[in-house]
Ligand binder design. Structure first.
Ligand code: ATP
Ligand code: PAU
Ligand code: K
Length: 257
């Protein structure tokens, strides 16, 4: 069985793939100082709690935080006796290498999202991921990542207002029906929610204009459903997109190396 690990700047997600489906998805916050033993204590407790009988033979890691990879490598080696595949490292092959400016280190999560989107939908895609940052990955007809957009994430924008303005409280995102807020919290929620709706629409319209062709918009990340509810922004929403991409890349490396 494969253990797929998606390590973002905010959260780290583990998922067990048995070749047909994901048996479970475990989430923890990202901390570079977490040791291999600490990962295992957390992992083993949850796997037992869910009654999963997992025989892990392979591990694949995508990490936007370089420092956490060391402890995750030790974790894979110590507890599963395997050398993990790490997306973005030269020895981890990609089905379609990115076409970007020389010296650019594309975020591994974006490479994984691209592989997943192309596997499920073919090319000419815009993949939108609402994580710590909101990213737009443009996928060409042949499946290559050819560039995109990085915008501040929704929660980051809310946090930045709270941090920088003495009178603004911490607010959770919501999808207000009205744009005119009649209290401080409603004003902030409106600014971030409707501001993001506009941001997503404008960026996707401009990408389609620059590519001059129809493109499918695939969205992932915890906040995608909230935006889709109030504004018809995406063609498809797939919660498991990044995890699916990790299985695609793992499979590709098994077949080609
Ligand atoms: N309705 C909601 N209101 C507020 N937060 C939500 C809601 N639904 C999901 N979330 C949060 O959205 C976040 C999105 O998770 P996701 O895994 O997509 O990205 P992340 O973990 O924040 O970022 P990264 O992957 O960069 O670490 C999660 O922290 C989740 O708790
Ligand atoms: C943009 C983030 C933070 C989104 O997780 C990540 O993909 C990243 O660190 N990217 C590196 C820069 C790039 O993708 O061009
Ligand atoms: K993510």
């Amino acid at each position: 069985m494969l253990l797929a690990i998606d390590c973002g700047n905010t959260n780290t997600v583990f998922s067990i793939w048995d070749g047909t489906s994901f048996l479970c998805t475990l989430r923890t916050s990202t901390h570079h100082a977490r040791t291999a033993d600490a990962y295992f204590t957390w992992y083993a407790t949850l796997v037992k709690h869910y009654g999963i009988d997992a025989d892990i033979t392979d591990v694949i890691i995508s990490s936007t935080v370089p420092r956490v990879v060391f402890n995750l490598r030790v974790f894979a080696d110590r507890f599963f006796g395997c050398r993990p595949m790490v997306v973005g490292k030269p020895e981890c092959l990609l089905p379609h290498p990115p076409r970007v400016d020389e010296g650019t280190q594309v975020g591994p999560d974006r490479l994984v999202n691209t592989a997943a989107g192309f596997d499920r939908h073919g090319g000419d895609l815009i993949v939108v991921d609402f994580g710590t940052a909101t990213t737009f990955d443009v996928v060409a007809a042949d499946g290559a990542y050819i560039g995109g957009v990085i915008a501040p994430g929704v929660n980051l924008s809310l946090e930045a207002l709270h941090m920088a303005a003495a009178a603004l409280p911490h607010v959770d995102i919501s999808n207000p029906q009205q744009v005119i807020g009649t209290n401080t919290v409603a004003c902030i929620q409106s600014g971030v929610f409707w501001g993001y709706v506009g941001l997503v629409r404008e960026i996707c319209t401009r990408i389609k204009g620059e590519r001059d062709r129809p493109m499918k918009i695939v969205a992932t990340g915890g906040l995608a459903p909230l935006f889709q509810q109030s504004a018809d922004l995406f063609d498809v929403m797939e919660e498991d997109l990044t995890m699916h991409g990790l299985t695609v890349i793992h499979e590709y490396n098994k077949e080609n190396s």
